[in-house]
Design a protein around this ligand. Structure first.
Ligand code: IDP
Ligand code: MG
Length: 149
């Protein structure tokens, strides 16, 4: 079982899409093991996007992520890291496939609604950055035998 870090960005929260986004992960069959709505500090946003610190959009991205609350989550399941990226869609929503979160709800790259870890190692780093261990609940969903053979 893998875990991945998912964040509904300020645009997704402001536009009232939290329930829809969570519903997509639930319907897929993944298990929610951590969730909080929070205002993001500049320090946390800069650490989270550290890999992009030399990009021209970095300042604007940090401004955006800290501008209004986000919903930070950890989801669990078989191959959840890659599968969540598929559910989320390509980075630029104008070319994300219909049926994906970004493809269905977004238009521009700077307002693409949601973040998902891009690899298992990244997920481990991001989960540790955003959550204390005590904020994560390990539980066995009753549907497990109907989702996995
Ligand atoms: P990802 O979110 O699909 O992993 P990354 O390339 O890791 O995409 O970029 C991180 C975030 O930075 C994107 O989700 C988007 O919000 C923002 N971003 C990436 N490229 C641009 C750009 O060219 N202009 C504005 N924002 C960008
Ligand atoms: Mg990325």
């Amino acid at each position: 079982m893998e875990r991945t870090f998912i964040m509904i960005k300020p645009d997704g929260v402001q536009r009232g899409l939290v329930g829809d986004v969570i519903g997509r992960f639930e319907r897929k069959g993944f298990t929610l093991v951590g969730m909080k709505l929070m205002a993001v500090s500049r320090e946390l946003a800069e650490k989270h996007y550290d890999v992009h610190k030399d990009k021209p959009f970095f300042g604007g991205l940090v401004d955006f992520i800290t501008s209004s609350p986000v919903v930070a989550m950890v989801w669990e399941g078989d191959s959840v890291v890659a599968s969540a990226r598929t559910l989320i869609g390509a980075t630029n929503p104008i070319s994300s496939a219909p049926g994906t979160i970004r493809g269905d709800f977004g238009i521009t790259i700077g307002r693409n609604l949601i973040h998902g870890s891009d690899a298992v190692e990244t997920a481990q780093r991001e989960i540790a950055l955003w959550f204390h261990e005590a904020e994560l609940a390990s539980w066995a969903p009753a549907t497990k035998d109907w989702l996995y053979e």
